[in-house]
Design a protein around this ligand. Sequence first.
Ligand SMILES: N[C@@H](CCC(=O)N[C@@H](CS)C(=O)NCC(=O)O)C(=O)O
Length: 222
Amino acid sequence: MITVHHLNNSRSQRVLWLLEELGLEYEVKRYQRDAQTMLAPPELRAVHPLGKSPVIVDGELVLAESGAIIETLADRYGAGRLAPAFGSRERVRYLYWLHFAEGTAQPPLLLKLLFDRIKHKSPLLVRPIARAIADKALAGYVLPNIKRNLDFMESELGTNEWFAGPQFSAADVQMSFPVEALRVRGGLDEKRPRLMQFLEKIHSRPAYRRAIERGGEYALMK
Ligand SMILES: N[C@@H](CCC(=O)N[C@@H](CS)C(=O)NCC(=O)O)C(=O)O
């Protein structure tokens, strides 16, 4: 039995979704973020030294890092489903988007979250200075990168129905989290109809909905 160490409102939601798509049995061990800091509770460090989610335990294997988890589960249990064939053109695209999600899409979204907090939650005395520094970083680096990523993803979905090609794949599962985060805090709206349609399509998948029921609260941070 696979165990998913799952944190509320987090990236691990997509691991539950992949397991539902694969029709596998699994157990969910839920962890709750600290309401103030939003950090994971220290118990997660007993599962993996970094103390972050997701982590899966599958027999002897303890694996963190959502991209590695998703690639491993699709290869182990997909029997050719949800991952394009080795050596195909789609396999390269599949790997690209599996890595893009955490390697390129997430970093500016995390920076935006942090700089927005600095702007709004710094001590009052230093807030004007903190705000000026945060605004400079946001305008000079963070927001232009988010916009470029959005434009790129939107144009890629114009040449392929799904991120890896004509078929839905585990790369779409991995990409769901940044696209959802872009909708909540990255300026994704109706001006980018393909990404909006991607969200609509994934949210209507029965496996996605079952995973939400298993995982509980899933509202991404603004
Ligand atoms: N690149 C890692 C990131 C893991 C990560 O940062 N997870 C977040 C959940 S969205 C977390 O555990 N945050 C709580 C914390 O940092 O204490 C992955 O894709 O698995």
